[in-house]
Design a protein around this ligand. Structure first.
Ligand code: HEM
Length: 459
């Protein structure tokens, strides 16, 4: 590849007068980003929504910003919209405060902790499959909705174990309203400030208040129960977050910080996974031979005709390759944005403080230099051998560097388990041979207008 010699100004992609590239981006962000990749070898600066943003197109520069010089970068402005409802939680906080919180929360996601959640994930999925089996198999199933329901149930149980399930089920509409508001805000040129009571603003604020009040009630109930019996412990994430202490100060998290972390895990931890699972079922409906390989693997690892031994889920290695290949083609987090705090050199170019950068897993994952025949579904790309020959930052579904998704192992385990269980019991079929679903890049990359498929029970 031809990398230009060191010059001070990065290549600028000229768009329309005044609007710059805004129209092209807003109309079809994925196509726009791919077109930059075709035209520029390394990076390109564009004018978007009145701001100069540099789109990084190589694994090397993504690594520089996310890992090597990560202390020079904070998250970009778009995350401020998320911060309206996520507060100062892990996804949106910065600097020393974020570092402290990350350290406190990390043990909750250690592999030994996840191992304790696997039976719960299996039971939630089995419950869904039982529901499906009672339905008319000819009727299309709204997969997007069903995956959202399942991943919300799983993250709810992971956070609060069993005692609050019903209460939280009541707020799934509110969580949806919050997501819709974030989608609209991120895509619109002008956002009407929340102090103006437009119907959208009122609906959003009501949803935030509803979620917040449920979370506070749960926290207060826990605190009250622990005040009665200080040895009382629960086997869930909330318990870990409540009882973890800062090594230096010995302090635990305040109620409002707990509220921010719990809301963050709720929001970050279910829609992303639900979309990845929907995309996986869509791709597998197009490639029944790969679905069969997953099925065969599950019969081998969990044993055919027996109750699956969920503790062996990690041994579903081919299923994991499929999960990775699906997220290569359809990464739920399709862009990651950063702002520089001080001056930096990225690639061969100098950037002043306060420069904005956009890294797009969607584009990186389709760069032919790293992924030969990038549009073709080939799970074996993720075999150990083939993975070794690629730069690590060519594949970024969970971001990278210290801000890597804290729930990545949780999500991978969940996806392996859910896919293998579904395929054991069902043939997943397209509604018609020519059914095509477009990706819609909102806060996450989701199937446009939702995904419906047919699920035929297997004997
Ligand atoms: C397929 C599923 C998932 C995908 C694709 C995904 C993707 C991501 C990405 C790309 C980031 C980094 C964003 C950035 O650098 O700006 C992130 C951060 C985060 N994710 Fe995930 N995620 C998934 C599942 C989960 C789950 C299951 C949880 C929790 C149970 C979770 C919790 C978080 C949190 C708390 C952060 C912020 C971490 C920090 O900055 O310290 N995610 N996720």
């Amino acid at each position: 590849m031809n990398i230009s010699p060191r010059i001070s100004e990065p290549p600028h992609h000229k768009g329309l007068p005044i609007l710059g590239s805004t129209l092209g981006f807003v109309r079809d962000p994925l196509r726009f980003l791919l077109s930059l990749q075709e035209k520029y070898p390394r990076l390109a600066t564009v004018n978007l929504l009145g701001r100069k943003i540099t789109v990084l197109l190589t694994a090397e520069d993504a690594r520089h910003v996310l890992q090597e010089n990560n202390r020079n970068y904070h998250k970009s402005e778009a995350y401020k919209i998320l911060a309206i409802f996520l507060g100062n939680g892990l996804l949106t906080s910065e600097g020393d405060f974020w570092r402290r919180q990350r350290k406190l929360a990390q043990p909750a996601f250690y592999k030994q902790r996840l191992a304790l959640m696997i039976d719960m994930m299996g039971q939630e999925t089995a419950q869904l499959l039982t529901d499906w089996k009672t339905q008319d198999p000819v009727r299309p199933v709204n997969i997007s909705q069903e995956m959202l329901r399942l991943t919300l149930n799983i993250v709810t149980k992971a956070l609060f174990s069993t005692d609050v399930g019903d209460r939280v089920a009541g707020i799934s509409d509110a969580l949806n309203d919050i997501l819709h508001y974030a989608d609209r805000s991120l895509k619109s040129f002008i956002r009407i400030p929340l102090r103006y009571p437009t119907p959208a603003n009122v609906r959003f604020q009501r949803a935030v208040a509803q979620v917040e009040s449920v979370i506070y009630v749960i926290i207060h109930e826990r605190r009250a129960a622990q005040a009665q019996n200080e040895n009382l412990r629960y086997d869930d994430l909330l318990d870990m977050l409540m009882n973890t202490r800062d090594e230096e100060t010995g302090e635990t998290m305040s109620d409002s910080q707990l509220r921010d972390e719990v809301t963050t895990i709720f929001m970050a931890g279910h829609e992303t996974t639900a979309n990845a699972l929907s995309w996986a079922l869509y791709v597998l409906a197009q490639h029944p031979e790969h679905a069969q390989k997953i099925r065969n693997e599950s019969f081998r690892v969990w044993e055919k005709g027996k109750q699956p031994d969920f503790s062996k889920t990690r041994e579903l290695t081919y299923t994991l390759q499929v999960v990775h290949e699906v997220m290569r083609l359809y990464p739920p987090a399709w862009v990651v944005g950063r702002r520089s705090l001080g001056q930096d050199q990225v690639g061969t170019y100098d950037f002043p403080a306060d420069s904005y950068f956009l890294i797009s897993p969607y584009t990186l994952h389709r760069r032919a230099e790293y992924w030969p025949q990038p549009d073709i579904f080939m799970p074996e790309r993720f075999s150990e051998e083939q993975s070794k020959s690629r730069p690590t930052y060519a594949y970024l579904p969970f971001g990278g560097g210290p801000r890597l998704c804290i729930g990545n192992n949780f999500a991978l385990l969940e996806m392996q388990l859910v896919l293998a269980l579904i395929l054991r019991d069902f043939d997943v079929q397209l509604l018609s041979e020519d059914q095509r679903v477009k990706p819609e890049p909102m806060v996450t990359l989701r199937p446009e207008n939702g995904l419906s498929l047919r699920l035929m029970p297997r004997n």
